[in-house]
Design a protein around this ligand. Structure first.
Ligand code: GLA
Length: 463
């Protein structure tokens, strides 16, 4: 009996806390306080992020050069400065999971692991700023980070203030260890507003839509069961009606509302973590093209779909596959966060990542995300509208058997017929740079594409 009473009063208390929190969100949500008033990420954010390459390596005794430590970030900052990375746009040096000490301090603030970050984050931020760069940090909306370090749930205001006091310029906010979809959404919104209220310009990088995915699957599955029951089991009208209503309510919470996500986040992950393999890059592209009707229009200055890190310069991708990742991340207007070791990167990978013409497509001020135009015979054609009526076009050869293949493209089929009307100058940007010449609207272009490789073109209209 006492147990039931306790449970009930705890539930009432929780209800009250959640109610107050929702009220606070409504009040803070009054126009003028929106996160995207932060004026940041007007073009996709560019930088370096440690996760894919260095993961949660905390063993600085065994592996002093690759553990997650201030030394690693200082070395990367030095190279971003001296090797031309900052000059082509890679500005944000970002820490991912596993930087924290396992406990908060006596005032409830997060603290960096004292052994691996002896100078603390403030000193690291000063160092990074001294190199003309910005510092990104990582935290989690739930009770723990994905790797099990302290989460921000219950500490959003304190954490936002701590990051601002340290001079942090970007927050990647992960979504592990939350209880309900409402908590997830409230947490992402709350942190966005808390960051804004610090008065510091902090890019807000979310994973909100990604963490709705498992729920989406469960709820859609449940929906199918409800539908099956409704047609096979004789249920009372009321009973059935209320089941359908509950299902609809749940389903609404489980489908990302990109208008809302954009109001709170500067970029957002939609899909699983990338890893250093063609299979992974391909699955990101597949997911993006299959969902393009939902996500492409959500992107624009201030808010971008984030297909995750560039893994160029690592171990798993062939040269053609690295070209494909660079070209398609430019077409998708993706944030460009490299995750590689800038101390040991081949001149070829460096030249690809620093290619100013490809970066210019990614950073095009019109800010429209590209999309897959068609797929035929294992060749995909993607296009992206650019400023000054120009277009970027990428042709990907997905056939993994055989050698290079020829593909002929009719110019009248590009850009809704307008890309080359009445004529255009075509420049090949990847894999080899060079002007292909002037083309009439009625002409076509025959190109050779390597297996898993891409040809990236820029079309500039002429009169
Ligand atoms: C999740 C994120 C990754 C990375 C790890 C860190 O999996 O999606 O990008 O931040 O957590 O634990």
């Amino acid at each position: 009996m006492t147990g039931t009473m306790n449970l009930r009063s705890r539930a009432q208390l929780l209800g009250c806390v959640l109610g107050l929190r929702s009220l606070a969100l409504v009040l803070w949500g009054i126009p003028g306080a929106r996160a995207l008033d932060n004026g940041l990420a007007m073009t996709p954010t560019m930088g370096w992020l440690h996760w894919e390459r260095f993961m949660c390596n905390t063993d600085c005794e065994e592996d002093p050069d690759s553990c997650v430590s201030e030394k690693l970030f200082m070395q990367m900052a030095d190279l971003m400065d001296s090797e031309g990375w900052r000059d082509v746009g890679y500005e944000y040096l970002c820490i991912d999971d596993c930087w924290m000490a396992p406990q908060r301090d006596s005032k409830g603030r997060l603290q960096a692991d004292p052994k691996r970050f002896p100078g603390g984050i403030r000193r690291l931020a000063d160092y990074v700023h001294g190199k003309g760069l910005k510092l990104g940090i990582y935290a989690d909306v739930g009770k723990l980070t994905c790797a099990g370090f302290p989460g921000s749930y219950g500490y959003y205001d304190i954490d936002a203030k701590t990051f601002a006091d340290w001079g942090v310029d970007l927050l990647k906010f992960d979504g592990c260890h939350f209880d309900t979809l409402v908590d997830l959404a409230d947490g992402y919104k709350y942190m966005s507003l808390a960051l804004n209220r610090t008065g510091r310009s902090i890019v807000y990088s979310c994973e909100w839509p990604l963490y709705m995915m498992p729920f989406r699957k469960i709820i859609l599955g449940a929906g199918l069961v409800v539908r099956w029951l409704s047609s096979h089991v004789p249920l009372g009208v009321c009973q059935f009606g209320s089941r359908v209503r509950t299902w609809h309510r749940l389903a609404r919470h489980a489908v990302p509302n990109y208008t809302e996500v954009r109001e709170y986040c500067n970029h957002w992950r939609n899909f699983a973590d990338i890893y250093d393999a063609w299979q992974s890059v391909k699955s990101v592209l597949d997911w993006t093209s299959s969902n393009q009707e939902k996500i492409v229009d959500a992107a624009g200055p201030g808010g971008w779909n984030d297909p995750d890190m560039l893994v160029i310069g690592n171990f798993g991708l062939s040269w053609d596959q690295q070209i494909t990742q660079m070209a398609l991340w430019a077409i998708m207007a993706a944030p460009l966060f490299m995750s590689n070791d800038l101390r040991q990167i081949s001149p070829q990978a460096k030249a690809l990542l620093q290619d100013k013409d490809v970066i210019a497509i990614n950073q095009d001020p019109l800010g429209k995300q590209g999309y897959r135009l068609r797929k035929e015979d294992n060749i995909e054609v993607w296009e992206r509208p650019l400023s000054d009526f120009a277009w970027a076009v990428a042709m990907v050869n997905l056939q993994e058997i055989g050698g290079p293949r020829f593909h002929t493209i009719s110019l009248a089929s590009l850009g809704g017929g307008l890309a080359c009307l009445p004529a255009c100058l075509i420049t090949e940007l990847l894999p080899v740079k060079g002007k292909l010449g002037f083309y009439e609207w009625t002409s076509s272009l025959k190109l050779r594409i390597n297996p898993t490789g891409t040809v990236l073109l820029r079309l500039d209209r002429t009169n």
